[in-house]
Design a protein around this ligand. Structure first.
Ligand code: NAD
Length: 329
């Protein structure tokens, strides 16, 4: 079976080949899937896509016309897939529901520590032979109130790690998780979490219900020195509201691994260009913001696990026992 793999990165090719079965031919395409590149899938039975790929109605319809029968995502999140189009075209969609929640949860903690102890500024100062301490006064995590929004796979691991820092753990999730409770998490209302947390970490999926879950109203309830961590999806936070919030509260922080308008920015090298996204440029310029390029998942553990589960998904399609489906006819 021929499978076209879009947005393939060099680091993942060897893992995908490692878990591939002999009767599959993998076609590696560096470009992301879009209406401009969709024809590259011609001749394949399946497509394998990443979060950068455009799985809108027109692209899914065109894929179906080209003979594509299934799409398997190399991601847990599927907010970039038009599910109505999948249904309309009877296109099987699979994903990787859980690969290494530890990797993403650890990265959220890395963002917290980097900001609570001013690691980036300290490194920059030392590289300029400035060894003074006045601008580097940090805070300890002990007894800080941590608000976790979404206690699924990643939120649970995050809770377990933060318990080790002796934090006070609170969570908001419509579904309560017994494992989280065992780590000392107390479930509370959304508003109470916003009003009382020192650090808020987002671990829910991006859906129509969670789009801009952190908007101007939500931010107005947070304390002035809150630290907001987003390793979920950019659209969870209303960026237009976040900018004045951070400008007006010099003691507040934002650690962002994802950005609302990252689609044409992240995962590409724009270092030779002048960026035109003024909101991103503003965020970049704020001293209380730490931005990383959607890399919370990026560990060898994750990449190996994603490749292995992706190949299992493909085999399951071949033997008619679809696993990890988001949609199947
Ligand atoms: P999961 O499905 O295991 O958990 C999500 C949790 O969010 C569930 O418990 C669900 O009940 C909860 N939830 C749903 N709606 C909610 C709401 N309105 N308010 C509060 N909680 C709500 O998913 P996961 O594996 O923990 O991943 C979470 C998200 O992290 C993914 O959807 C993806 O967008 C993101 N992610 C990011 C990266 C990265 O590299 N930055 C990597 C993997 C996943």
């Amino acid at each position: 079976m021929k499978i076209t793999i879009f947005s393939v990165n060099e680091y993942e090719k060897s893992y995908l080949n490692k878990f591939n079965s002999e009767d599959n031919e993998l076609i590696f395409i560096k470009e992301k899937l879009s209406l401009n590149t969709v024809n590259l899938a011609k001749g394949s039975t399946g497509c394998c896509c990443f979060v950068t790929d455009d799985l809108c109605n027109d692209v899914i319809t065109k894929l179906k016309q080209l003979g594509i029968q299934f799409i398997t995502l190399r991601s847990a999140g599927y907010d970039h897939v038009n599910l109505l189009a999948a249904k309309k075209n009877q296109m099987v969609i699979m994903h990787v529901p859980k690969y290494s929640p530890q990797s993403i949860a650890e990265f959220a903690v890395a963002l917290i520590l980097a900001m609570s102890r001013h690691l980036i500024k300290a490194h920059t100062n030392v590289s300029k032979n400035d060894f003074t301490l006045d601008s580097l006064l940090g805070f300890s995590l002990q007894n800080k109130r941590i608000g976790i929004i979404g206690t699924g796979n990643i939120g649970t691991v995050f809770a377990r790690i933060m318990q080790g820092f002796n934090c006070l753990l609170y969570a908001y999730d419509p579904i309560r998780n017994e494992e989280c409770k065992a780590y000392g998490v107390k479930y509370t209302s959304f508003d109470h979490l916003l009003e009382t947390s020192d650090i808020i970490s987002l671990h829910c999926p991006l859906t129509p219900e969670t789009h801009h879950i952190i908007n101007a109203t939500a931010m107005s309830k947070m304390n002035d020195s809150v630290m907001l961590i987003n390793t979920g999806r950019g659209g969870l936070i209303d960026t237009t509201a976040l900018i004045p919030f951070l400008k007006n509260r010099s003691n507040a922080y934002a650690g962002l691994d994802v950005y609302e308008h990252e689609r044409n920015l992240f995962f590409q090298n724009h270092s030779e260009e002048l960026l035109t996204d003024t909101e991103f440029l503003t965020l970049q310029s704020l001293p209380n913001v730490l931005i990383t390029p959607h890399m919370a998942f990026l560990t060898t553990d994750s990449v190996e696990s994603i490749a292995s589960i992706t190949m299992e998904n493909i085999e399951s399609y071949k033997n008619g026992k679809y696993i990890n489906t988001i949609f199947y006819p």
